[in-house]
Design a protein around this ligand. Structure first.
Ligand code: GLA
Length: 386
């Protein structure tokens, strides 16, 4: 856990230049999970969990990076950028390489970063890493790349350098978030609309299972492939279906016999999740928290049974929430296989719920969970030290 001034202090201990300061955001997603790489819709928000960057040009061809939260450093030459063993460094080097691919002439930089964004917990610390560094370089080298383009660049870096076939939700939310709002994003056209996140007597609370199963990284590309397989089957009958975004439950049902069971389930989940998102957006606009909550539970069920990306720890937290008066909705958030649940809880029940759920979770798994209250904030931006 580091504050902005800690990061500045650590930079000054190591380097002589005056750094630029960037605050990169984590993200939550209200609903619309595993829909982004299917050209569908998502409803994320940037939140007040941050990675702070101090970053300065050093006039050489070398970059020196220091990850304060885990006390690791990494140096590399900008003419010889290759993926290495440190995943966090790959996220940063990938951004540098993407900028070079665009023909931008970069110099070496010194960079220290760290903050209070939990790592590997489904709050997308990796997108915050990419986006904070990209935003810093964008300013430092006066490239004037727009935010949407920067999000696309970061996503390309994940694909090509880090090797994760992610959608665009995380990078988009981290960069384009806005205070008090969620972003309804069309992942095909990248058109977006801000939706006020006004929850009345309710609040969003994240509960961190503190587990991160290996399957998270191995199963993600499998899901991406399974969805493509589903599209290929549908295209034999409906050539206009370019992605699951274009498919309907009627199309799927009409050709059920052509689908392997697993592929059918994956497709059904994605199609229904896009539908749930539409309804959730309306519920949010109408202040109907009960309905919004029901949709969150339905998403969890779909992720557990049809998409099969849940795990016992996540299911336990959601089942506990379901039985608790005052919690109207809960679901696993992000890619799955660990990380956080998102809970829509009445302000009145909040404390009791958190006390009891963390106790029950510890009894069941022997793990101390953590919880976070999060607020939608403006996305990744330059900051000054106060
Ligand atoms: C991860 C990916 C996102 C998205 C979610 C699931 O966070 O990075 O692009 O696919 O999983 O909704």
């Amino acid at each position: 856990m580091h504050s902005l001034s800690d990061i500045v202090g650590l930079y000054e201990e190591r380097f002589d230049t005056q750094p630029l300061l960037v605050r990169a955001c984590g993200r939550i997603n209200i609903i619309g999970e595993h829909t982004d790489y299917n050209d569908g819709f998502v409803l994320p928000a940037a939140v007040d969990k941050y990675i702070y960057f101090a970053i300065g040009e050093n006039g050489t061809e070398d970059c020196h990076l220091y990850a304060a939260d885990i006390k690791q450093s990494h140096s590399f030459n900008i003419k010889k950028i290759e993926p290495g063993e440190k995943l966090w460094a790959n996220y940063l080097m990938g951004i540098m390489q993407q900028l070079q691919n665009q023909g931008v002439l970069l110099e070496g930089v010194d960079c220290v970063f760290g903050g209070n964004l939990p790592i590997g917990s489904g709050l997308s610390s990796s997108a915050a890493l990419e986006c904070g560094f990209a935003a810093g370089l964008n300013t430092l080298f006066q490239m004037e790349i727009g935010l949407v383009e920067l999000a696309q660049l970061a996503q390309r870096s994940s694909h090509q350098f880090v090797g994760i076939p992610c959608g665009i939700m995380d990078q988009f939310a981290s960069l384009l978030g806005r205070g008090g709002q969620a972003i309804k994003l069309d992942c095909r056209s990248l058109e977006y609309e801000y939706i006020p996140l006004e929850l009345g007597d309710y609040e969003l609370v994240l509960i961190n299972t503190k587990v991160h199963h290996e399957l998270a990284s191995s199963e993600y590309p499998v899901r991406v492939r399974e969805c493509r397989e589903g599209v290929a089957i549908l295209q034999q009958f409906y050539p206009e279906v370019a992605s699951l975004r274009d498919a309907t439950m009627e199309m799927l049902a009409a050709h059920r016999a052509e689908f392997p069971e697993v592929i059918y389930k994956r497709c059904a989940y994605v199609i229904q999740e896009n539908g749930r998102l539409e309804e959730a957006t309306i519920s949010l606009k109408n202040g109907n928290m009960q309905r919004l909550g029901e949709l969150l539970y339905a998403t969890h069920d779909g992720l557990r049974d049809e998409y099969e990306v849940s795990c016992p720890e996540l299911d336990f937290l959601v089942d506990f929430a379901r039985k608790f008066d005052g919690v109207v909705g809960a679901r696993l958030m992000g890619g799955g296989f660990g990380g956080c649940t998102l809970n829509l809880v009445s302000k009145e029940a909040k404390e009791k719920f958190l006390r009891e759920v963390t106790k029950a979770y510890f009894r069941q798994f022997g793990i101390h969970s953590e919880y976070y209250f999060v607020r939608p904030v403006d996305g990744t931006a330059l900051v000054r030290e106060e």
